[in-house]
Design a protein around this ligand. Sequence first.
Ligand code: FES
Ligand SMILES: [Fe+2]
Length: 369
Amino acid sequence: MSTRPTEPANTSSPPPFPEGWYFLASRRAVEKARLIQKTWMGESIIIWCDHDGRICVAESHCPHLGADLGPEAGGRVRDGRLVCPFHGFEYDTGGQCVATPFSAPPRATRLRVFETTEVLGLIFAWWGTGGRAPQWDLLLGPLDQTGWSALSVQTLRFPGHPQETAENAVDLAHFRYVHGYHKVDRLEPVLVDGHYLQSRFDFASIRRIAGLAVSTLEFTATTHVHGLGCSFVEVREHTIPFDMRFWVLATPVDGRLIDVSLATQVGELRGLRRRVAGLGFLPLPLRAPVMNRILARMQKRDVLQDVTIWSRKKHRTRPRLARSDGEIMQFRAYCRQFYPDPTGDSHNDKGDHEAREKAREKAREAQRQ
Ligand code: FES
Ligand SMILES: [Fe+2]
């Protein structure tokens, strides 16, 4: 009979809602729909915008008698104010009740609102553990827009965790194995500065027809990770050449599913050194939008390859790494800051929290005896 001790499971997941800034919608989508309702962090929220362009992200139930404020329940925006379908209380974009149909608005009646910030028309909201205020600003710029295409945004929903999607930035081995890239080389050590992590690397992509290499694109990528909800990648292609920017924006829905939104834009394509899909025949202003459509499709295809892995994987708390894996553990150490202890002890992850809980339980047990 074997006496080999069994290993602990080594698969506990990080808490589902790490603290940080998370993408919710584009300004254009909010303006078009007027009132959006969605689920994030396991709760229902609404998003709307007033005449001055102020965006409000708030809980989606009325503080008066709890009606659902979403559009399907009859909630609507009138003169920039959100109007509750139950008794007509009106809220401004600060969340304050500013009017009711039958009496003066009760001063204490306010919606719980979330802090928002906007980057190039992408609206992000802050999720703080235990309701904590924003711990950092989401600074992605300045991002010059001269000659750049408009942003294209597409969203995928699948079972996953934002830490797993963000970990891609340092997992250089998977770029070769999953995406089939070549010459993947780190350019400089991963840089960590508080909530910010930077990963720079080169890679090449070979397009094949009938198994033959027909063209090689050579890229340099600089990935800026701003917490687990927002990875922003600046990419330079050297042979055509051109610049692109893309964002991988992961937002937890309910503790099981996440929405991953992919936003891309391409810089002005002037002085092409190579012929690409007839781009050279297009007038300059049309080249970047056409290229952006092509690259958005490629990016989606790449991310779908990841989704097959992400949606089925288990989180290994102690991964058995090989030398070629890159800075996975440095990334994991960086992630710990996004799971602050809700009891107020600073910067401990779930593992530490569980260990402390066990120690407390043991102490309580000892006291009972
Ligand atoms: S429940 Fe919203 S106004 Fe009464
Ligand atoms: Fe990937």
